[in-house]
Design a binder for this molecule. Structure first.
Ligand code: MN
Ligand code: MN
Ligand code: MN
Length: 280
């Protein structure tokens, strides 16, 4: 039975609609799917309906942006009550923060010679909350750069003209939101923050101290040795283990829905906390 507990729709930075995402998950043999868009639950209601029709189980989820030290960290909430006032307030808080940051980025880009950046990026974003990927796409569309990577290298990345620093809420605040909404807090893709192992462990320790519940020991296709190492880190701290593709786009084969290794038998699966029988 495949649990994929991390993926994105076009309500954040993914490509597919909730309906198309659910259909693809079904095709790939996913039995239980959690949609975890960045700081929004807009897809969940639509996906619930599609999942019911497709005969797969949908877990309501969200991927919150949080702060650890000078850098960002992502915390996934699983099984959150999307109608909980705490969650609605949290989403609103994050949206305002993202909007303020987007306006600041647009202002910088305007000064760098792109006065149409705000409107252009908004058009690209459509339903999604405006963010850096949309500005990057805009810069590609107007021919300022060749591709998304170059947009970050030249304009949006660290130290570049439109690099706007933002302090996301700290882990204890974000985990508090998730718990208040009845959810389980998962530290997402711990190996993807470009930290040394020592620093990564310190991040996990902060997460535990802030009340976190689980570690995402599998994020898409990855070496078995990494899974085992992350599982060792999780088990040593009595954290449950989660797994997901972090699917965004159909052409990124290393992040395909359901396309990752099984949780090893010595993991405590996070779905035990979500009311599912332990199955591997
Ligand atoms: Mn993303
Ligand atoms: Mn993430
Ligand atoms: Mn993600």
């Amino acid at each position: 039975m495949i649990f994929d507990l991390h993926c994105h729709t076009h309500f954040s930075d993914g490509l597919l609609s909730p309906e198309a995402l659910v259909a693809r998950a079904k095709e790939r043999g996913v039995a239980v799917l959690a949609i975890t868009d960045h700081d929004t639950i807009a897809a969940v209601g639509i996906a619930q309906k599609a999942a019911l029709d497709a005969g797969i189980t949908l877990i309501s989820g969200i991927e919150f942006s949080s702060q650890w030290g000078k850098g960002g960290v992502h915390i996934v909430g699983l099984g959150v009550d999307v109608n909980s006032p705490a969650l609605i307030a949290a989403v609103d808080f994050q949206e305002q923060a993202r909007n303020a940051r987007a306006l600041a980025i647009a202002d910088r880009l305007s000064k760098a010679g792109f006065p149409g950046a705000l409107l252009g990026a908004q058009e690209i974003a459509g339903d999604a909350t405006l963010g850096r990927p949309h500005f990057a796409q805009y810069l590609v569309a107007v021919g300022a750069v060749k591709n998304i990577n170059a947009a970050f290298k030249k304009y949006l990345g660290t130290g570049k003209p439109a690099d706007v620093k933002y302090q996301w809420p700290l882990m204890d605040q974000v985990i508090g939101w998730i718990h208040a909404a009845g959810g389980v807090a998962v530290l997402a893709h711990p190996a993807k923050y470009e930290l040394t192992r020592t620093k990564m462990c310190a991040m996990v320790d902060s997460f535990v101290a802030a009340g976190g519940n689980a570690l995402e020991v599998i994020s898409g296709l990855q070496p078995t040795a990494l899974t085992e190492d992350l599982l060792r880190i999780a088990n040593a701290r009595s954290l449950h283990a989660s797994c997901g593709s972090d699917f965004h786009f159909p052409d990124q084969t290393w992040q395909e829905l359901g396309g990752f290794g099984k949780l090893p038998a010595h993991a405590k699966p996070v779905w035990e906390l979500l009311g599912f029988n332990p199955q591997h």
